[in-house]
Ligand binder design. Structure first.
Ligand code: IMP
Ligand code: MG
Length: 180
């Protein structure tokens, strides 16, 4: 069982769901008449995308893109796109859905690239988690689920070496499990 690798649950599924409901109210005010494209960043944002959007009762579209994931725990500053969005984003309102912002490098690059290459009408960011104290570049999400301390977290879509994404909560793994 992978749940036995977890030393503590930081945020429960119920807490996440409740927060999604609140965020959805804010998003409804901002986007109800804009038919936005919800641009979910693979793979980590998949759970957050579904929990959040099930509370949105207005027209919207989905798309996905995949920035390169970097090896290890710190950013190289080199972000590549492994999978491009499929929709025509030109003149559309785009809401980037992200799992977690750490240094901010990934999102800053993604946002700049979307604006320069796809010419959307607007680009905003909603993130489930924000390790705010770790920010190295100047970028802030427009909507945030939870601000968390600098601890490596897994679950609810987030991984360690591609594992643990299927845990239904945000948790911290035991030290010995990093050696597995
Ligand atoms: P940034 O470019 O430094 O902001 O890194 C953002 C990306 O790093 C996220 O999209 C995640 O893929 C990954 N990441 C950062 N912190 C964590 C964590 O605690 N758990 C899992 N992935 C993380
Ligand atoms: Mg990610």
């Amino acid at each position: 069982m992978i749940s036995t690798d977890i030393k503590k649950i930081l945020i429960s599924e119920k807490q996440i769901d409740e927060r999604c409901k609140e965020l959805a109210k804010e998003l409804t005010l901002a986007y109800h008449d804009k038919n936005p494209i919800m641009l979910s960043l693979l793979k980590g944002s998949v759970y957050f995308t579904t929990y959040l959007t099930k509370y949105l009762d207005f027209p919207l579209e989905f798309d996905f893109m995949k920035p390169s994931s970097y090896v290890g725990t710190s950013s190289t500053g080199n972000v590549e796109i492994q999978m491009k969005p499929l929709s025509d984003l030109k003149d559309r309102h785009v809401l980037i859905i992200e799992d977690i912002i750490d240094s901010g490098t990934t999102l800053k690059k993604i946002k700049e690239l979307l604006i320069s290459d796809y010419h959307p009408k607007s680009v905003k960011i909603v993130t489930l988690l924000d390790k705010k104290e770790m920010r190295k570049v100047d970028i802030d999400p427009d909507y945030t689920g939870f601000i968390i301390p600098n601890e490596f977290v897994v679950g609810f879509g987030l991984d360690f070496n591609e594992q643990y994404r299927n845990l239904p909560y945000i948790g911290v793994i035991k030290e010995e499990c990093y050696q597995k």
